[in-house]
Design a protein around this ligand. Structure first.
Ligand code: ADP
Ligand code: MG
Length: 249
């Protein structure tokens, strides 16, 4: 093996993909630009860091399992007036995640609850946090099958390892007694460990009927709302207002 081959082999073992993929070009540039040893090392390690950060970000986006890409910039505040520019900016600063505040987004279908939740999730990923997105329906399935399914176990572990957990669509589908208990268990675990965003089409007054037990509902709300911002989003459905028609009228 010549030294070049050895460098490539070392960079594989040491997990330095930037060096591995660009060795020829790195050496060429160094020669051409008469780089000092210090500049050479600095540039090499800097690019290796950038690549590592980018891969970690990509991995976190994949693990988050967002159903769509939604951004804060795409969120039209003129359409959704229940939240002010100042409030949105404050949410985007993400200090609430460090403080483990929860966010509850309430409102009828189409007002932008999921959009806002996903957009904040993306912001959190850019800032380096682990995020998990899950619908209430998938969450119930995941909790019920975690013991018997490797896939569910993996999903649950990612949820438990996240700084921000987004639970979307609480209230659309009925919840059994067993599910309500599992939900309470998860909320108790996440309490004081992560921030949770919950979106729901049902107000708190309807949560008892949803979870099927006043004591359990009180216990869930007690934990979720201890440090919490509730935003009630009103107005028309963005979908209905911007309905796209296949045929010109
Ligand atoms: P909800 O979760 O409240 O039912 P969504 O967040 O899914 O509503 O919004 C429905 C669709 O309308 C999505 O495609 C979303 O991107 C879009 N949308 C909703 N509100 C806004 C808004 N204020 N600005 C831009 N797009 C919006
Ligand atoms: Mg939604």
């Amino acid at each position: 093996m010549d030294t070049l081959e050895e460098i490539i082999s070392y960079s594989t073992t040491l997990k330095l993909p930037y060096l591995k993929q660009n060795i020829i070009q790195i050496l060429d540039t160094a020669k051409k630009n008469d780089q000092t040893y210090q500049d050479f090392l600095h540039k090499l390690l800097h690019n290796e860091m950038l690549l590592r950060d980018e891969r970690s970000r990509e991995k976190r986006v994949k693990n988050a399992a967002f159903p769509a890409t939604k951004t804060v910039d795409d969120f039209d505040l003129a359409f959704q007036k229940s939240i002010s520019k100042r409030q949105l900016n404050e949410l985007c600063e993400l200090t609430w995640i460090d403080q483990m505040y929860n966010l509850i987004l309430l409102g009828p279908p189409g007002v932008g609850k999921s959009h806002l939740a996903i957009a904040l999730g993306h912001k959190a990923i850019e800032a380096g946090y682990n995020v998990s997105f899950v619908t209430m329906d998938l969450l119930m399935h995941t909790l019920k099958t975690a013991e018997i399914s490797r896939k569910s176990k993996g999903k649950l572990n990612r949820i438990l390892g996240s700084s921000l957990v987004i639970i979307d669509e609480l209230g659309y589908l009925p919840i059994s007694r067993e599910e309500a208990n599992l939900f309470f268990g998860l909320i108790s675990t996440l309490h004081e460990q992560a921030s949770v965003i919950i979106t729901s089409n049902k107000g708190f007054e309807d949560w008892t009927e949803l979870l099927g037990d006043p004591a359990l509902t009180t216990a869930v709300l007690d934990r979720i709302t201890y440090r919490c911002e509730v935003i009630t989003m009103q107005g028309k459905s963005y979908r209905l207002e911007h309905r796209q028609s296949l045929f010109e009228s």
